[in-house]
Design a protein around this ligand. Sequence first.
Ligand SMILES: [Ca+2]
Length: 320
Amino acid sequence: METEPPGNCFTAGPVTDRHASDMKDVMSTANNVFLRRRAALGRAVAALIGIGLLVPPLACDRSSSPAGAGVTGATTTAAAPRSSEPCPLLADDFEGERLAAFWLAPDYGDGLYVPGAVKTSARFARRGKQSIEVTVREGDIEQAGDAGTRVERADLDSGHFPLMGCEAWYAFSVLVPPEFPVVDTRLVFGTCKQTDVGRPIMAQRYQNGRHTLTVESHGRKKTFPLPPIRPGQWMDVVYHLRYMADDSGIVEVWIDGKQEVAYTGPTAEADHRNAFYHKVGLYRDRMKQPMTIYFDDYRMGPTRESLASRSGGDPDGATR
Ligand SMILES: [Ca+2]
């Protein structure tokens, strides 16, 4: 059994005073950004309500989800707290010199990477002229894995949000370059996780040429096959999650516009923190060869439609 090491923001390893101060600043900045966005969203919502175009509540309202129609007979096994916070709208097209402000700092949260491991690149672009290039080398952010293994990573964490009871949509494009080593070593490049739960809720994996997605919750694990990865070609990925501790949770995944995963069941642990995050990058068992992967067009939002709002494209890539 594999276990993701406790590299998250609430259980990060040894913390020095300086590091603690840095972390505080990062959290303060992240919180300020989130609060500003929330305030702006609140003003926009108030304006829409004022002119009769929107009826509150805005988010965490399962009745508004088209996916909710397919869930029947759900029984509540735990009274998980519901968040009243809307899922944030985040987007990064990686066209600037720096990452968007919402990404957590490289020494904070679960998005850990060594200096230089994450940088914009003009080698490939799904949209625009740049993407983000992520490289992991042997020993980078090495931590203890399970069963005596060592793991290493270069991950980007888009932030921890109180999404219990909420819908969250994520979209990104990913490209595995032609020289990418195809090896029988555990590799995860997209993850959704509850902050203080050891196992990821959902993990997109590439190992020994097999492209799969695992969903794990309440001690059960399901593996879904995904279409083969074509080196050198972009792949558009969309996740839809409903974070629930009962059977009404959802994980849906689209690859290049085609739905590949439809899971219903628990997706959260009620007795853990109401904090959920998504990350992209390279997380693997320790090995010698470096790996480099590319991501572009990252988006997160409360609805499928919200993913398309920035780029004007269909979030599932069907029209690209
Ligand atoms: Ca781009």
